[in-house]
Design a protein around this ligand. Structure first.
Ligand SMILES: Nc1ncnc2c1ncn2[C@@H]1O[C@H](COP(=O)(O)OP(=O)(O)OP(=O)(O)O)[C@@H](O)[C@H]1O
Length: 451
């Protein structure tokens, strides 16, 4: 019963919603969201809002239909309003299904909030989800802010998304579900250890809990401290940004130079973030060098999404610069512009996109760690004497690679390469990539057969 009391007092203290408000509860029919729904139903009447259940049938598993029917029956029995929808199979992509399903789900939740004038959406993320997320970020690398993990509360649609089960462990949730004799459905795909999150869930976290049973509590405490520290740092950065800003998108180089090294980097990072550009160490290093270089009063740095970081005497800014390739013949170099499909020879299209979570390189898809000065990339026909860097430090010619892959001579003319702005061959498409450290990938080159 302990969980009920703690949940009720959390709700009371946090003041996420009032009795008069409508709250959407996202329920998948899994144990976590069934417990969340039950706890919400059992809140004392003076703090219990009007509840609307939202359920998405993703049609990805054979069990999906049974779960959707269960939610209808449950809501009818408990006199709860239910919003449910199906994710049309025709809209489901071949790759990146997880991310597309999430996008569809949250769009639906936002629509439900609109329809019911609800200011709050609840999901059932819990303390184990939090630890998994933090460990995944540590493994994958990235920005410190990501180590805050899942936020207890964040703006969403016209209101906010709240995760009231974050303080509770999966074990507490399961114990409560058994005590209350709840019905729920297990997602069989959660057992698949090909997925990083599942390996962390089944192999890493149990080992860490064995080292110290307070592991989840420690993750909770670290993430809370980090959230508070990041909040303070953001406030300070916003003040500094104000000092450096001349007007809307233009900044003062001398004022930026007056800042400490740490402050300069924080301000640059904020400027990149505001421009919705990937914030990578190499971008920040190169922009810093460029601003610090007093020998060169004007300089430019190519960025993602056809944007340019430009220093012009005492000012700097990020500008848009669209370079659309014109009149290219198949064998010509074709410029790949980020976030735009470009037509390649032999019925192919290519697009450069910022790195996406969870995607894996394959023959249609290549993760890249690029310096800003390597953009734009170009695609052209492979030349037999083109060379690709090997991991041991040597090189291999394209001729050799094509022979090793047993590509028939008639097909060799169709082979394409991706080259950097410095003409380094990065990828013999579909066959071999250059040996390069991939700890901080910032782009992916995606290929597709033309429709
Ligand atoms: N099909 C669904 N219908 C309604 N709610 C869902 C559905 N799937 C997930 N949710 C909600 O989202 C929560 C988190 O689900 P899950 O852990 O499967 O997703 P995630 O990918 O880890 O997280 P998220 O998608 O929120 O980033 C669930 O506890 C539930 O509240």
């Amino acid at each position: 019963m302990e969980i009920t009391q703690q949940f009720n007092s959390e709700v009371m203290q946090a003041g996420w919603f009032s009795r008069q408000q409508t709250v959407i509860v996202a329920v998948s029919a899994g144990v976590d969201s069934m417990v969340l729904l039950t706890l919400m139903q059992q809140l004392p009447t003076q703090i219990r809002p009007k509840l609307v259940v939202a359920h998405v049938n993703h049609q990805l598993r054979s069990q999906s239909q049974v779960e959707a029917q269960f939610m209808s029956d449950y809501c009818q029995q408990h006199h709860l309003q239910l919003e449910k929808t199906k994710w049309p199979v025709a809209e489901q992509p071949y790759q990146g299904v997880e991310a597309a399903a999430r996008h569809f789900r949250y769009q639906f939740f936002a629509q439900c909030m609109g329809r019911h004038h609800a200011a709050v959406l609840l999901t059932a993320h819990h303390a184990d989800d939090q630890a998994e997320t933090v460990l995944m970020k540590l493994i994958r690398g990235g920005q410190l802010t990501q180590l805050q993990g899942i936020l207890p509360e964040q703006p969403f649609a016209a209101g906010k998304l709240v995760r009231p089960l974050l303080p509770f462990s999966k074990e507490q949730i399961r114990t409560y579900a058994h005590e209350q004799q709840l019905t729920w459905y297990e997602d069989a795909t959660n057992q698949n250890n090909d997925v990083l999150r599942n390996r962390i869930r089944h192999q890493v976290i149990p080992a860490l809990k064995q080292e110290n049973p307070a592991f989840l509590t420690h993750v909770k405490q670290y993430t809370a401290q980090l959230r508070a520290t990041i909040q303070l740092a953001n406030q300070r950065t916003a003040e500094l940004l104000q000092q450096v800003r001349l007007n809307d998108q233009i900044y003062s180089t001398p004022r930026w130079r007056q800042l400490t090294v740490v402050e300069r980097r924080a301000v640059l990072k904020a400027i990149f973030q505001a421009a919705q550009l990937p914030v990578t160490a190499s971008y920040l290093d190169e922009a810093t060098q460029l601003l610090n270089n007093e020998q060169k009063p004007t300089a430019r740095l190519n960025l993602a999404h056809s944007r340019v970081f430009e220093k012009a005497y005492d000012q700097f800014s990020i500008k848009s610069e669209l370079k659309v390739p014109q009149n290219h013949k198949p064998a010509d170099k074709i410029v790949v512009i980020s976030n735009q499909w470009v037509q390649l020879p032999w019925g192919l299209r290519a697009q450069l996109v910022p790195t996406q979570k969870g995607s894996r390189p394959d023959s249609w898809h290549m993760a890249l760690a690029l310096r800003p000065d390597e953009l734009p990339l170009q695609v052209r026909q492979a030349q037999p004497d083109d060379q690709i860097k090997l991991a041991g430090g040597g090189h291999k010619t394209v001729r050799r690679i094509l022979i090793d892959h047993k590509i028939p001579p008639a097909k060799r003319a169709q082979q394409l390469v991706v080259v950097s702005a410095q003409a380094e061959v990065l990828w013999l498409i579909g066959l071999q990539r250059t040996a390069r450290e991939l700890t901080e990938t910032n782009y992916e080159l995606v290929l597709k057969q033309s429709d």
